[in-house]
Design a protein around this ligand. Structure first.
Ligand code: SAM
Length: 371
């Protein structure tokens, strides 16, 4: 008979439970990890430790819920090859920009050239959707649209698209304290809970475009200096349906969790401005579907489907390493249905000091193998 959940529980892992002082925000968001905001990532230092413990040197890793690409970026830094899948087109764009090997001189030249043309008033601002009309002040809208019309002229168009999305996020008509999921545009001055004073919504985007273009160039160069490997694949689609390019030595991932985050909706401005494919109906555990019994059942079915597909792409000695805050206790059954046996389970203490979602909680790391 196999061991039970409780027998397997290895307790709190102090080596994976960093305090803010041991691991400050600038380390957690080093180089490309901060190319664009993304709600729901795990931290690169955790991934690095999990690779050390569970992935052979020079091995190959799969992340079926790759999100903003933390696993893939860390794999490149740790000398591993990797593949990542995500259902959200913007996440795939972001991952490609983070992980591609950019030609440094061409990149620098193109970013500066695009910015110079923008500063000279080039570009066309005529074409926009109802969303763009509603969510940006006239000057911000004109600047973002002109920048967008220049992007296609460059080899590094995707890098410029990420800059544009980041600037658009900052330039939306929102309050400073509700940047993640603003419900309606904010037109006039308002009392700001973040800054404890009256603030007014942003009216222009040019300063963001300038600042983020330069910041992006710096971050991509910093990452180019520390990456050790080249081999990385980014696949857009449903991880339970795509042909996964195995074999892999390990699956290292943090799955979505029911009712918490809408991964498409958090980057709505990018979908609207860049015309990206919206596959939100295939998103597992989307917050908008709630947490009623049927939604939870659909969530579990979706995760089992993805784990099944990953098992088929795993080497016989391969392992699943799953980071999840399983507050509803869904994973024992999910693992069993996916034919996985839990080998190890440890907890880490997460103490987030910054942002509106600050607070402490515990997160599980589940290590399992196909039986
Ligand atoms: C918790 S996040 C992963 C974050 C990632 N670890 C990081 O650090 O950026 C879960 C991701 O699963 C993706 N996702 C949801 N349903 C999916 C599906 N059917 N196939 C592939 N990805 C999916 C979401 O778009 C989201 O980006």
């Amino acid at each position: 008979m196999g061991a039970t959940q409780e027998q397997i529980y290895d307790g709190l892992d102090a080596d994976l439970s960093w305090s803010e002082r041991q691991l400050p925000e600038r380390e957690r968001t080093k180089h490309v990890h901060r190319l664009h905001p993304y709600l729901g990532k795990y931290i690169p230092q955790l991934v690095e430790q999990l690779f050390r413990r569970h992935v052979p040197a020079r091995g190959r890793v799969l992340d079926p819920f790759a999100g903003s690409g933390t696993t893939l970026v860390q794999a490149l830094e740790s000398g591993l090859s990797s593949a990542g899948v995500d259902i959200a087109a913007f996440n795939c764009l972001l991952m490609r920009v983070k992980t591609r090997e950019h030609a440094p001189f061409v990149l620098e030249h193109e970013l500066r050239d695009a910015l110079a043309r923008f500063e000279q008033g080039e570009g066309d601002a005529s074409d926009h959707s109802a969303y763009v009309h509603e969510w940006f002040a006239p000057r911000a809208r004109e600047e973002l649209l002109r920048f967008r019309s220049l992007v296609d002229d460059y080899e590094h168009a995707d890098v410029l698209r990420v800059v544009l999305a980041r600037a658009a996020r900052s330039a939306r008509l929102t309050t400073h304290f509700d940047l993640d999921f603003p419900k309606s545009p904010q037109h006039g001055p308002y009392w700001c809970h973040k800054h404890k004073r009256e603030c007014t919504p942003v009216e222009k985007a040019d300063h963001f475009l300038r600042r983020y273009t330069l910041d992006t160039a710096t971050r991509l160069k910093a990452f180019a200096r520390v990456r050790k490997t080249r081999s990385v694949q980014v696949l857009h689609g449903d991880a339970g349906e795509l042909a996964l390019p195995g074999p892999f030595d390990a699956v290292v991932t943090s799955p979505p969790y029911p009712g918490l985050i809408d991964y498409h909706e958090q980057h709505r401005y990018a979908y609207e401005l860049l015309g990206l494919d919206d596959l939100r109906e295939r998103e597992i555990g989307a917050a908008e579907r709630g947490t009623a019994r049927a939604a939870i059942a659909a969530y579990s079915d979706g995760i089992v489907r993805v784990l099944d597909a990953c098992s088929a792409a795993l080497e016989p000695r391969g392992r699943f390493v799953i980071v999840v805050n399983d507050r509803r206790g869904l994973y024992p059954e999910i693992l069993e249905r996916a034919g996985l046996e839990l080998e190890q389970r440890y907890q880490r203490h997460v103490n987030r000091r910054t942002g509106r979602r600050a607070g402490e909680y515990f997160e599980d790391v589940l290590v399992a193998r196909p039986v």
